[in-house]
Design a protein around this ligand. Structure first.
Ligand SMILES: C[S@@+](CC[C@H](N)C(=O)[O-])C[C@H]1O[C@@H](n2cnc3c(N)ncnc32)[C@H](O)[C@@H]1O
Length: 247
């Protein structure tokens, strides 16, 4: 069992005790992870062998192992997005866990598409961190940029853009996006990215805001919800914390 101390930073102790009891009560039908205690679910993705085998081969530590439901959501919506021609974009890549999983899983269809991976590779910039529960050193790891270049070298048409979003968007021209994943833990950066990408999304494309629904990251929702509503978008909030927008 794993309790994500970083994300659920306000209720960790209670949650930890509760998860212990929960697991004992419902050992076969419950999901414990990503701050969720869920009971009485089939979780068909657990018996999808291709999905599970790939997930298990990549999720090598508890922090990743507890993200299985989140990856199921990403996997489903990427498949939807791949029905439209268009590029893949992720802002907030870190070690590339989610994108690498998705690229492996959908290699046949996604390899020929343009794929853009944006990150400072030096953690959240100070100027965009007000209201975020994440500190700059949290994602500041040595040689992260080189690690990502090597990790994604097996895929064609992958563009790795180092720099702070939205500033780094001034130097690129990305059009026809069918899948946009925003995972920067910074409402300032994500609103900047939305301003740039929303007019560049294809019809029937998908935007996923990784932390939109998390209470611990609620400054993101406080800013992103009015921004999106003012432009006529509705957001599907999921218990994984993800917010989904179908364009
Ligand atoms: C939660 S991690 C991303 C996790 C990643 N999607 C995965 O699959 O594991 C957040 C990342 O966002 C990056 N980041 C934060 N603010 C940023 C900004 N303004 N511009 C670019 N990258 C940023 C950090 O450097 C960090 O690597």
């Amino acid at each position: 069992m794993y309790v994500n101390k970083q994300r659920n930073c306000y209720t960790t102790e209670k949650y930890e005790n509760l998860s212990d009891q929960f697991e004992k009560l419902f050992p076969n039908e419950s999901f414990i992870g990503d701050d969720m205690l869920i009971n009485n679910c089939n979780m068909h993705f657990n018996v999808d062998e291709d999905f599970s085998n790939l997930f298990n081969s990549l999720a090598l530590s508890p922090i990743y192992q507890q993200m299985k439901w989140r990856l199921h959501i990403l996997d489903y919506f990427l498949e939807v997005a791949l029905k439209s021609d268009g590029s893949y974009v992720e802002c907030g890549v870190f070690r590339g866990f989610k994108s690498y999983f998705l690229f492996k899983r959908h290699k046949d269809k996604i390899n020929s598409r343009n794929k853009y991976l944006f990150d400072t590779f030096e953690g959240i910039p100070k100027k965009y961190s007000d209201g975020s529960p994440i500190t700059n050193d949290e994602h500041r790891k040595r040689s992260l940029h080189e690690f990502i270049i090597n990790r994604f070298a097996e895929f064609d048409n992958t563009h790795i853009i180092k720099g702070a979003v939205p500033d780094s968007l001034e130097n690129v021209d990305v059009t026809d996006v069918s899948f946009l994943h925003l995972d920067m833990n910074s409402w300032q950066a994500e609103i900047g990215a939305l301003k740039y990408f929303l007019p560049r999304m294809c019809k029937n494309s998908i935007v996923i805001l990784d932390d939109f629904g998390l209470f611990s990251h609620r400054e993101q929702m406080n800013h992103e919800l009015p921004f999106l509503r003012a432009r006529g978008y509705r957001i599907l909030e999921l218990p994984t914390g993800q917010g989904i927008i179908h364009i």
